[in-house]
Write a protein that binds this ligand. Structure first.
Ligand SMILES: [Mg+2]
Length: 188
């Protein structure tokens, strides 16, 4: 089974520096419809998100959970859903138990590997969409197809030479999904 892996900040929701409050969670236009299209094809959508704000003490894991409840509500309002959410709360500059180098933190592929095990996902058939080179590197390290979008940090990251590491570049998630359907990567 294939899956579509999505970075969260700057791909699903508008980039906010260390987003912590549910009221600051806003979907990027067209995202809910794009995810609903993937849902309609019967392909799982899995969120993989670095959340070093937890390690840095900017928000708790409970607050992160509340953010994801809000995201799910906003998506559900438009008939869309995600089937899994994986996050890495760790960072080498963090505090307490969160202070560590983790292969789950992108560009490490740990979250993708964990999801593939849980959902029996075929990595060679799957795609990761991200707005940062670190997302693309995580996807490539896991053997996924990759798409770099221009939303969020993509506005600047797509201008870097490393953007060539992505399979292709799209304006936003909606455009990426259009192309994935048109090329048959996601079967209708
Ligand atoms: Mg991002």
């Amino acid at each position: 089974m294939p899956a579509i892996f999505l970075d969260r900040d700057g791909v699903i929701n508008e980039e906010v520096h260390y987003l912590a409050k549910p009221e600051d969670m806003a979907l990027i236009p067209g995202v809910a419809q794009a995810i609903a299209r993937i849902n309609g094809a019967g392909v799982p959508v899995v969120v993989v998100t670095n959340q070093s704000g937890v390690a840095r003490g900017f928000l708790s894991e409970d607050q992160l959970h509340d953010l994801h409840v809000k995201m799910a509500q906003l998506l559900a309002d438009e008939g869309a859903s995600v089937q899994g959410i994986y996050y890495s709360p760790f960072h080498i500059d963090g505090v307490g138990n969160y202070q560590k180098e983790s292969t789950c933190r992108k560009p490490g592929p740990g979250m993708i590997f964990a999801a593939c095990e849980e959902f029996a996902i075929d990595r060679s058939e799957s795609v990761l969409v991200g707005d940062k080179i670190a997302d693309i590197r995580a996807g490539n390290a896991a053997g996924l197809k990759t798409v770099l979008v221009r939303t969020g940090h993509g506005a600047t990251e797509t201008r870097l030479p490393e953007a060539a590491e992505a399979g292709f570049i799209a304006d936003d998630l909606a455009a990426a999904v259009d192309q994935l359907f048109a090329s048959g990567v996601i079967a209708k």
